[in-house]
Design a protein around this ligand. Structure first.
Ligand code: ISE
Length: 336
């Protein structure tokens, strides 16, 4: 029988997932839309035939309406949804970040460890992008030689008014803090931030672009251009420098047009299209894992905690300068 998913939060990301599950995911249905804003809830529920609407997760749990939860409210509201969902023993897909800081992430780990096995997958969707997966395989195979450096760019056309300076790290670089250790097979040891010349297109409240320099435990050096006012499109690229090769992912692909003495390809303008198939894979693989009883097939809550630890070092680097060490606890056997 189909997995009955309760989608918590019907903002941009939640509404996107509701449509995805309703139209492209096999073996699952959206059985509940959980959203306090009645107008938003009703609009999203239109895409989920048969779904019930609830204002909070506790009501959906009490009604026995869901087998699993997909949490897509903003990160600062994850904890009060995660805790009751864990207590009910539900499998959970939690959009990034797990929680905004290590103290609350540790609280989640503690609650999860009362269950028989990990129940939470964190929505770092880049791991499900085909090119990222290819690059990881290439690195692990050793066929390109030894990995020395990763040179990343993460460019947004612009950001919403709610986007604050520290979100450069906690909302954007957060993705590299997950995917870089996954690619390179080694955790982030330290983080440094340098400010570029200010982009005149950057809103006054922000100071960017920034260059983020990470050192990994295995000595791999990572530089990341984090740039959120580029105007021209949405672009996420990685160049891997090996002992005797270079590999690159994230360039525009598809139809090439020669016209008016120019040659060009379409560029994305948003992560929803750039990572559309990654999101599809992510949700399908999660649904399959839950139906098999594995519950998680991707980054787990421990990975989410490690990212929170890197973000704390990253925000210190952003605000105080210098090279900031990532402080992390030893991994419990539960997450081995
Ligand atoms: C946004 O929240 C995301 O998750 C996007 O993937 C990222 O590119 C963007 O910078 C964030 O604001």
């Amino acid at each position: 029988t189909d997995l009955r998913i309760g989608v918590v939060g019907a903002g941009a990301m939640g509404a996107d997932h509701i449509q995805r599950i309703a139209t492209r995911i096999a073996g699952a249905v959206v059985s509940a839309v959980i959203e306090p804003d009645a107008g938003r809830a009703a609009a999203a529920a239109e895409h989920a035939p048969g779904a019930q609407v609830f204002a909070k997760i506790e009501d959906a749990l009490a009604a026995g309406a869901i087998d699993a939860a997909l949490i897509a409210v903003p990160g600062q509201f994850h904890l009060p949804v995660l805790l009751p969902a864990l207590e009910a023993g539900l499998p959970i897909l939690c959009e990034k970040p797990l929680t905004p800081d290590t103290a609350t992430s540790l609280q989640v780990l503690e609650a999860e460890q009362k269950l028989d096995k990990p129940h939470i997958q964190v929505g770092f969707m880049r791991r499900f992008d085909a090119e990222y997966a290819d690059l990881r395989e290439l690195i692990a195979s050793g066929d390109a030689g030894e990995l020395l450096m990763l040179r990343c760019a993460h460019r947004n056309p612009d950001v919403p008014e709610s986007y604050t300076q520290s979100m450069l790290i906690t909302d954007s670089v957060v993705h590299e803090f997950d995917v870089v250790p996954w690619l390179a097979g080694s955790p982030v040891k330290s983080v440094e931030v340098k400010y570029a010349r200010q982009n005149p297109k950057t809103p006054d409240r922000l100071r960017e672009p920034i260059l983020v320099i990470m050192e990994l435990d295995n000595g791999v050096l990572v530089d990341l251009e984090m740039n959120v006012s580029v105007q021209f499109g949405y672009q996420v690229t990685t160049e891997a420098v090996f002992s005797d090769s270079v590999a690159r992912i994230g360039d525009p692909s598809g139809l090439t047009l020669w016209n008016g003495a120019r040659v060009g390809r379409r560029e994305h303008t948003s992560f929803t299209t750039r990572f559309a198939s990654a999101y599809d894979n992510e949700i399908q693989r999660w649904v399959d894992a839950v139906r098999r009883g594995d519950l998680v097939d991707g980054p787990n809550a421990w990975d989410g905690y490690l990212v929170a630890a890197s973000c704390e070092a990253g925000v210190r680097a952003l605000e105080q300068g210098g090279v900031q060490q990532v402080e992390r606890q030893p991994r419990p056997a539960f997450y081995a």
